[in-house]
Design a protein around this ligand. Structure first.
Ligand SMILES: [Zn+2]
Length: 290
């Protein structure tokens, strides 16, 4: 009888230990996950273009399969929850830009300045890179190294041929590729590109050089995606493509951006990059109402 009792106690102890270990492992898993907050602006362009909501939902879906990452999406504009960015390791903005850029409203620039000081990563995609040079411009130069300046930069549609890619965590597993998009270029970068690393470079047709500043550099390979490490430790990423929603269906394009989001959140990028797949059906999901 005593032996049975002892066996019972042993079994119970064993069960509790296993349960405790499982809980600890789960807690640790949660604590070590990095939070990537994706913010999608309101619908703006025609069907298939600037699909902010559908685009961010696709990237979230892909990131959900990545170990160590917790992707959180806010749709249809700036998050109403004032604590939305409190636990962010990186923030992604995909929204309309210009004077009405959501980042410029209220005290958001000040809020972001605090976050950036803490080392939070920031990625701006496509139109979200466009800010006025006197408001938002200086901040983006500081946080991500460059921005799209009206009257200086250009945003034509062209087919970019990325013939070679630099060795960097963001390009892991990405092969050279060719793709048509509204690749903005002649971006306003920090003087001398200080601290800015070109990730994607291609030579645009000279007839797309639509500003006096862009015309000064015929034949030049232009940077359309770049990475920055801020002195305080935070990381920034700028990506001028993604006008066409269907481009997320291209493996190289999608992988490069997914890698970049991990990198800005200080998550180790897998040796062959982030693995994901997006079907034609998935590309038709969540599109803005026509
Ligand atoms: Zn566009």
């Amino acid at each position: 009888m005593k032996a049975l009792l002892r066996l019972g106690v042993m079994m119970l102890t064993l069960c509790l230990t296993v349960w405790g270990l499982a809980l600890a492992a789960e807690g640790e898993g949660k604590a070590s996950r990095k939070t990537i907050v994706l913010v999608a602006g309101k619908p703006s362009h025609g069907p298939g273009d600037h699909e902010h909501n559908a685009g961010m939902l696709l990237l979230q879906k892909c990131l959900k399969n990545v170990a160590g990452v917790k992707p959180v999406v806010h749709l249809n504009g700036w998050p109403k929850d004032p604590t939305a960015f409190d636990n962010a390791d990186a923030i992604v903005l995909f929204m309309d830009g210009g004077g009405g850029h959501l980042l410029l409203q209220g005290n958001r620039l000040e809020q972001f300045a605090q976050l950036m000081k803490k080392g939070v990563g920031l990625a701006c995609i496509h139109y979200a890179l466009t800010v006025p040079k006197d408001k938002g411009g200086p901040e983006l130069l500081d946080w991500i190294g460059g921005y799209c300046e009206q009257g200086y930069s250009v945003w034509p549609f062209w087919t970019a041929e990325f013939k070679s890619l630099p060795k960097h965590p963001i390009t892991r597993g990405v092969k050279p590729f060719t793709l048509r998009d509204e690749w903005y270029y002649n971006m306003r970068f920090r003087p001398g590109m200080k601290g800015v690393l070109s990730i994607l470079k291609a030579v645009p047709p000279d007839n797309t050089r639509g500003t006096a500043a862009a015309k000064k550099h015929p034949g030049r390979a232009e940077t359309v995606a770049w990475a920055v490490e801020r002195p305080a430790g935070g990381r920034g990423f700028g990506f001028t493509g993604a006008h066409f929603h269907n481009n997320w269906g291209r493996d190289e394009f999608r992988k490069l951006v997914l890698n970049a989001l991990l990198w800005t959140a200080h998550v180790e990028v897998p040796a062959n990059g982030v693995q994901s797949s997006v079907s034609p059906e998935e590309l038709r999901e969540n599109l803005d109402p026509k």
